[in-house]
Design a binder for this molecule. Structure first.
Ligand SMILES: [Zn+2]
Length: 360
């Protein structure tokens, strides 16, 4: 999600849900389930404005690794290249400024190092392949700067393929096949979020390595152009891939009250279709508490004009609107009947496994 949001963070962000969980843990020397498990968000937001208390809260909730989007994916050609370079410089700076809390991750073992040091491992992702243009050497250039995964497409057509909002059903282009092979050859993870279903199918078939769809939901549970069909869930899984279920409410359901239950149903459906080894969490969300104030809604209306559709707001799911959401998902899935081992897979190990297999 790259849509502009007016965000009001307050000290409430720090007190989100069970402030006591981490506190209690340190007092009693006990650890919580999400602190013991490896928790990995396949795609989420880390912003410069996050206060240190918020980052500590995320860490205390057990979040060990996260993949971030480096730059605006809606850019093409030279602008895409420039913003990609700026994005890398921005995140390198952000991480080094908070180096006691964050760690730039280049290989999967960095997650283990980060965990030992109570830091968050941060992997770099492009949500579009446009920074490469038609020059495959740039895949090496960006890999060398730390980029470990890239989406083949964003919402529309690019040199490599068609996105989910493109008007035709065209799939991967000849260049797209070359790009897939190139990414395979250097160990860059192929992400098929935002691809249309044909591009997704083509890329899975063309790839020698497992692929990820880091932030999507299930089309069979709720119809949305960003969601993945059962056919493609099976196809991705058959190749050893992983599907991350996102927390953008309008992709999950059009209702607000009870949206969390719908979210859990997307995860359970993906598990049913793709299997327990192929589903993960890819929040696609800010980790602060976002408040839907009257002022905020009025501002949205002004900005969106006639396009304002109240059913699309808020973007967040109430129960997941904060830094300790992984605990909430763990508990929710446990209540739905997932075992401890199954929870560990969905909450982190499946992402860990595919990263290990592809990037090393
Ligand atoms: Zn996205």
């Amino acid at each position: 999600m790259q849509r502009r949001e007016f965000i009001k963070t307050t000290s409430a962000a720090i007190g989100y849900t069970t402030m006591g969980v981490g506190l209690m843990a340190s007092i009693t020397n006990q650890t919580t389930a999400t602190q013991r498990a490896l928790i990995f968000d396949a795609m989420g937001e880390i912003r410069e404005v996050y206060p240190r208390k918020l980052i500590r809260e995320m860490l205390d909730s057990g979040l060990n690794a996260i993949t971030v989007t480096l730059c605006d994916p809606k850019t093409f050609e030279l602008e895409a290249y420039d913003t990609a370079m700026e994005g890398i410089a921005h995140y390198d700076r952000l991480i080094s400024k908070q180096h006691d809390l964050y760690m730039k991750a280049l290989r999967t073992s960095d997650i283990n190092t980060a965990r030992k040091q109570n830091k968050m491992a941060i992997f770099y992702l492009f949500q579009n392949s446009t920074p490469f243009g038609r020059n495959l050497e740039l895949v090496d250039t960006f890999y060398n700067l730390g980029v470990r995964s890239t989406q083949i497409t964003y919402n529309y057509q690019n040199w490599a393929g068609a996105g989910c909002k493109e008007r035709t059903g065209a799939g991967l282009t000849h260049f797209g096949i070359e790009l897939v092979k190139k990414m395979n050859s250097i160990g860059m993870l192929i992400d098929l979020s935002h691809a249309n279903m044909q591009t997704m199918a083509d890329a899975v078939d063309a790839s020698d390595a497992p692929v990820i769809v880091s932030h999507t939901a299930c089309h069979a549970v709720y119809k949305n152009t960003r969601n993945t069909t059962d056919e493609n869930l099976r196809r991705v899984a058959k190749k050893g891939g992983v599907i991350g279920i996102c927390q953008i409410r309008p992709f999950v359901t059009n209702i607000r009250k009870g949206a969390f239950d719908h979210y859990l149903n997307h995860i359970l459906h993906a598990v049913k279709i793709a299997g327990i080894n192929h589903v993960s969490i890819g929040s696609d969300r800010d980790h602060r508490v976002i408040e839907m104030t009257d002022e905020y809604i009025a501002e949205l209306k002004r900005e969106e004009g006639n396009n304002f559709d109240a059913s699309h707001w808020p973007l967040f799911i109430d129960e997941l609107n904060g830094p300790r959401r992984m605990e909430v998902i763990w508990d929710g899935l446990k209540k739905k009947g997932l075992s401890e081992r199954e929870l560990e897979k969905v909450m982190g190990l499946n992402n860990y496994r595919i990263y290990k297999e592809v990037i090393g």
